[in-house]
Design a protein around this ligand. Structure first.
Ligand SMILES: *Cc1c(COP(=O)(O)O)cnc(C)c1O
Length: 394
């Protein structure tokens, strides 16, 4: 028997375990310190009342023979596919309900989609990056080419001239940088992918944070995207479904490669290896996407937006270079006084009792940068920013 040797090429990630260890050591040595955590990439507000009620009602339905649901369609119930379709329509994006596949979240689908592609493909990935894109391709033994995201390109790399690519990953609004591509930039990417016969894997997990109507929320706002792109999205950040689990992937019927419909291949893959998302979760997702549910979700998103505003205003006042925050829950800042990422982590923890995420943990271009998230409470965010002003103000 032979194991998948590619797993030996995965780099161990010590990022979040090292953070946890350092915070633990600090709080043991300073039990009086009130440490504020701004490193987490998880939401803190609950799923909206409308979704919680629908979830409970559907759970009770499962307890009665007359309303019990067994196996559902692998690609999701029609009621939810139509709800997602309407959600897209709310920002003027037209997608066919049959091209929407319901899943247990974007992370699984981002990994699982690779089932459809040969190992002999060149993959283009930005650096810094959400580690899932890289590790899932290392597992399959694919060749990865990194594109530099840096201050010069606003952490939004553009198609590399002369570089061949088969699979391209873009995440906008971006985790970890908070950078958001505009329509012209995405059009360049779509044209590049179509020219190369490549497939663009577009992660839209943070689309609900886009406040500026001039910025795109979906790759399908871009002309030509339906012949080259697959979009991954999720209710995790939109509706606090990180622990409830529901996402969706849009594979347009127009997308063909190697003489095959990618949508048909994905349907075959899902019906073979996946048995669908639980009925109560799909009912909860439907409720979250209803007008009343969306209004409740928006109240939560507004809290994170308020936090992000408090953070960016503080950094502006201090003259610290940063991006993100306006259309994303992440703020990507340069470490003050030329510090390296981990140096700043230690300094910030010791002097301000604030925890963030060292940028170097997301790739080599992240060195010297730092990620803060707006997912905390507004009171804590204010307090953390006051402390940062005291320590790093001139
Ligand atoms: C949070 C997040 C997701 C969502 O993942 P789920 O599995 O749906 O919870 C996807 N992509 C990125 C970059 C994320 O940060």
């Amino acid at each position: 028997m032979k194991i998948n040797e590619n797993y030996k090429n995965l780099e161990e990630s010590y990022l979040f375990s090292t953070i946890a260890k350092k915070v633990d050591e600090y709080t043991k040595a300073h039990p009086e310190a009130k440490v504020i955590k701004m490193g987490i990439g998880d939401v803190t507000l609950p799923i909206c009342q409308k979704a919680a009620d629908a979830f409970a009602k559907a759970a009770m339905e499962q307890g009665k023979a007359a309303t019990f649901h067994g196996y559902g369609p692998e690609q999701g119930y029609d009621f939810l596919r139509v709800a997602v379709q309407k959600y897209y329509a709310s920002f003027q994006v037209e997608v066919a309900a049959e091209d929407i596949f319901i899943s247990d979240g974007a992370k699984s689908d981002v990994g699982n989609i690779l089932d459809l592609f040969d190992a002999d493909n060149t993959v283009l990935i930005p650096d810094p990056v959400y580690p899932v894109y890289m590790d899932t391709n290392v597992m399959a033994g694919r060749k990865i080419v990194f594109m530099d995201a840096n201050v010069e390109n606003g952490f939004l790399p553009m198609p590399p001239k002369g570089q061949k690519a088969d699979i391209i990953y873009l995440c906008s609004p971006n985790n970890p940088t908070g950078g958001v591509y505009n329509r012209e930039q995405l059009k360049e990417w779509v044209d590049y992918a179509n020219e190369q016969d490549a497939i663009l894997l577009f992660d839209a997990a943070y689309e609900s944070f886009v406040a500026d109507p001039a910025l795109p929320r979906s790759i399908f706002e871009i002309e030509g995207a339906k012949t080259c792109a697959i979009e991954f999205c999720s209710l995790s950040k939109l509706a606090s479904f990180t622990g409830t689990r529901c996402g969706y992937t849009v594979v347009p019927s127009e997308l063909e490669r190697g003489g095959s419909s990618i949508r048909k291949m994905w349907l075959r893959r899902q019906t073979t290896k996946f048995n669908g998302v639980s009925y109560p979760v799909q009912r909860a997702a439907e409720a979250a996407l209803s007008p009343e549910g969306m209004a409740q979700c928006r109240e939560h998103l507004d809290v994170y937006r308020t936090n992000a505003k408090i953070m960016t205003e503080t950094l502006k006042e201090l003259g610290i270079w940063h991006i993100g925050g306006e259309n994303s829950p992440y703020i990507w800042m340069q470490c003050p006084n030329g510090m390296k990422s981990w140096e700043f982590f230690d300094d910030l923890l010791a002097k301000a009792n604030v925890v963030g995420t060292p940028g170097s943990g997301f790739g080599k271009n992240g060195e010297g940068f730092f990620r803060l998230t707006a997912f905390g409470t507004t009171a804590n965010t204010k307090e953390a920013m006051e402390r940062i002003k005291k320590v790093y103000g001139k």
